[in-house]
Write a protein that binds this ligand. Structure first.
Ligand code: PXP
Length: 251
């Protein structure tokens, strides 16, 4: 199971005060030493967290595969094809949202744009992932496009106001994951995942990758980034050496 760590909020904290601290590249080094397999960052139109220079520095550093989240705009397309991350994850983006809400809306115009972008990415050896809600029709569109990966949006599940609604959403995620089986498209999942809600998501058939940001960065304020990653890793490994005792992790 590949763990991608999203370091956007290291940059968010830096940007609150201006200046250089905390530095996303230093965070990337800890993520690498902490045993994660992928770095994730979202270059937003408003550059509220990761900025162009961060993206280029992370790419130049190059110790971990870089998953660049971006909206399907001309500006982002230009940047991605220039920076050449290992993976581009196409996400919906609205200026007024606090974080990525919902999956991509695959209307015909967007499908056309993605299709052109996909071809350009192929030439540069960049893989493309679509961030999708667990809608069977969207999964089918992703299959027709021939993308490399689908990342299922787990936000509805993670933020469900009751166990019953969480279970219902998990059911939708299961059906969507099942639909991707035997298509050759990799399956990833992400958004709102924590040590508590992660185990059920790990049951998605064919899941190969989870991308986690906010809960890791939030936890790292108390225990450090390395430990926060280890806590997630131990959930991924199931029989890891950390156990929850009264809401805290202990060896
Ligand atoms: N995956 C994608 C595609 C996202 O847009 C985000 C949020 O930037 C994440 C994963 C991580 O979500 P969270 O910060 O809630 O863990």
């Amino acid at each position: 199971m590949i763990l991608g760590v999203n370091i956007d909020h290291v940059a968010t904290l830096r940007n609150v005060r201006g200046g250089f601290e905390p530095d996303p590249l230093s965070a990337a080094m800890i993520v690498w030493k902490g045993g994660a397999e992928q770095l994730v960052c979202h270059l937003r139109e408003d550059r509220r967290h990761i900025r162009d220079k961060d993206l280029r520095l992370l790419r130049e550093w190059g110790k971990l595969p870089l998953n660049m989240e971006m909206a399907m705009t001309d500006e982002m397309s230009r940047i991605a094809l220039d920076v050449c991350p290992d993976l581009v994850t196409l996400v919906p983006e609205r200026r007024e949202e606090r974080t990525t809400e919902g999956g991509l809306l695959l209307e015909s115009q967007t499908l056309g744009r993605i299709s052109i972008f996909l071809e350009k990415c192929r030439e540069k050896n960049i893989k493309v992932s679509l961030f999708l809600a667990p809608e069977p029709s969207d999964i089918d569109k992703a299959v027709s496009l021939g993308v490399d990966q689908v990342e299922l949006h787990t936000g509805e599940y993670s933020n469900a106001p009751s166990d019953q609604l969480a279970q219902e959403e998990l059911g939708r995620l299961m059906i969507a994951a099942d639909r991707l089986k035997n298509t050759g498209i990799r399956l990833a999942a992400g958004h709102g995942l924590t040590v508590r809600n992660l185990p059920s998501v790990l049951g998605l058939p064919g899941l190969l990758e989870v991308n986690i940001g906010h809960s890791i960065i939030a936890r790292s304020i108390f225990v450090g980034l390395g430990q926060a990653i280890q806590e997630i890793r131990s959930v991924l490994d199931e029989n890891g050496s950390y156990r929850m005792v009264r809401g805290e992790f202990q060896e």
